[in-house]
Design a protein around this ligand. Structure first.
Ligand SMILES: O=C(O)C1=C[C@@H](OP(=O)(O)O)[C@@H](O)[C@H](O)C1
Ligand SMILES: C=C(OP(=O)(O)O)C(=O)O
Length: 419
């Protein structure tokens, strides 16, 4: 069982943005509670290659911003490692800057679609080259001279939205980016605090170009996507009671809390407060014997997209049949997360069926230990380490290191809570 309290590590999405926006602001920025995950370190490394002075001291990062037009042409390739957020958002910034740069990444990044970003950036007037008509890395961006855009987003993606907002900062006129479903809005919140001219009207975001962004001190709240593993661990192991402190509770991210409540899980938000425009609070989670099944569809998917692997584990312990649909996006994450989850849960004895856009899980099944293929996908590795908490025999993960992408110190945190 899991018992005790736990101080949550910083949010990955917000940490990336804090480095990027600080780098293109003018002046000294201090970022506290920064997530020292591999993905965020990849972002730091890319901006250092563009001449930004970035210093890490413990959990704090000091960034001396170069100003909106002050990035330097990189002498080297920009390597985003495993990070989709880095390659997408950085493409938007590069599109606005008057030099060319080439983006590369690891094997998994090489399979993640980029046309969702490169197509609209081309519409803004940017010249881009890359594999399969700039759908895959390496991608070369020749920045500068952007036009404003009025764009209806075909995919619900905060990464695409953010890339286009960033490019719009550099355009010659106003841009409007229109979402179909609201995705995480950290870019809009944080860029405004840096002085960007952004107006959000429900699903439409209007950006007027500005001459400069100004320095900020940023506190990064805890990552609810990381908390999700501890939340599910506590819900499914008898006798558990965990207090997760300092959780980011931005409404565009709290789908997992709604789902857990819907499933009759015992979760309570306490001590809510606003920090730097972002809602933060503590979560008290207790073992929940009488979980029931649920249906998860497009109306909530963007608010819990990264939590689906561990929600699938939760569903194996609920009464009834859980349906997860409209989740095609899972196929283009670090691995095909529909397949990674379904195949591995099947190996453990779960009653689960793969759908074209999701999965169907019959609950109240006993899970057994198995050899798990993670595909070096951090969320898969962590989701199955949580499934392991309720197995008689241990699972074996083929890779644990990938967890450092988003949750360094994960096993230590889990061990401290385990009784
Ligand atoms: O903007 C972000 O920080 C992120 C957006 C999501 O991706 P999509 O926008 O591609 O859905 C999410 O899966 C990713 O982990 C982080
Ligand atoms: C999909 C993820 O991240 P990214 O797209 O930044 O690689 C994730 O962290 O689950």
């Amino acid at each position: 069982m899991l018992r005790g309290s736990f101080e949550l590590i910083g949010d990955k999405s917000i940490s990336h943005r804090a480095i990027m926006f600080s780098s293109i602001s003018k002046g000294h920025n201090k970022i506290s509670n920064f997530l020292m995950g591999q993905d965020c370190l990849s972002t730091i490394s890319c901006f250092k290659k563009m001449g930004v002075d970035i210093d890490i001291k413990g959990n704090e990062v000091f960034v001396k911003g170069n100003g909106l037009y002050g990035l330097k042409p990189p002498k080297d390739l920009l390597d985003v490692g495993n990070s989709g957020t880095t390659i997408r958002l950085l493409s938007g910034i590069l599109a606005g800057n008057n030099f060319d740069a080439t983006l590369i990444g690891d094997e998994s990044i090489g399979k993640r679609p980029m046309k969702r970003v490169t197509d609209p950036l081309r519409m803004m007037g940017c010249k881009i080259e890359g594999k399969d008509d700039a759908n895959y890395t390496p991608i070369k961006i020749y920045g500068g001279n952007l036009k404003g855009i009025d764009y209806n987003m075909p995919v619900a993606s905060a990464q695409v939205k953010s890339a286009l907002i960033l490019a719009s900062l550099y355009a010659d006129s106003k841009s409007i980016i229109r979402e179909k479903v609201k995705s995480r809005n950290h870019t809009e919140i944080m860029l405004k605090s840096f002085g960007a001219d952004i107006d959000v009207n429900d699903l439409d975001i209007t950006i007027n170009p500005v001459k400069e962004l100004f320095n900020q001190d940023i506190y990064v709240p805890g990552d609810i996507s990381s908390a999700a593993f501890i939340i599910v661990g506590a819900l499914i192991t008898k006798g558990s009671e965990v207090l997760i402190k300092n959780v980011g509770l931005n409404k565009t991210r709290t789908g997992i809390i709604d789902v857990v409540k819907n499933m009759n899980g015992n979760i309570e938000i306490i001590n809510q407060r606003l920090v730097g425009g972002e809602l933060v609070g503590d979560l008290l989670v207790k073992y929940s014997k009488d979980l029931n099944a649920t249906t998860i569809d497009k109306t909530i998917i963007p608010r819990l997209i990264d939590e689906i692997p561990v929600i699938a584990v939760l569903a194996t312990q609920a009464e009834g049949t859980t349906i997860i649909k409209d989740a095609k996006e899972l196929k283009v994450k670090e691995s095909n997360r529909i397949k990674s989850v379904v195949d591995n849960l099947k190996l453990m004895g779960a009653d689960i069926e793969e759908l074209e856009d999701g999965m169907v899980i019959k609950g109240k099944t006993k899970l057994n230990g198995a050899s798990i293929t993670t595909f070096k996908d951090h969320r898969i590795a962590m989701a199955f380490s949580i499934a392991n908490l309720i197995c008689d025999t241990d699972i074996v993960l083929d890779d644990k290191e990938c967890i450092d992408i988003s949750f360094p110190g994960y096993f230590d945190s889990l061990k401290k809570l385990s009784i």
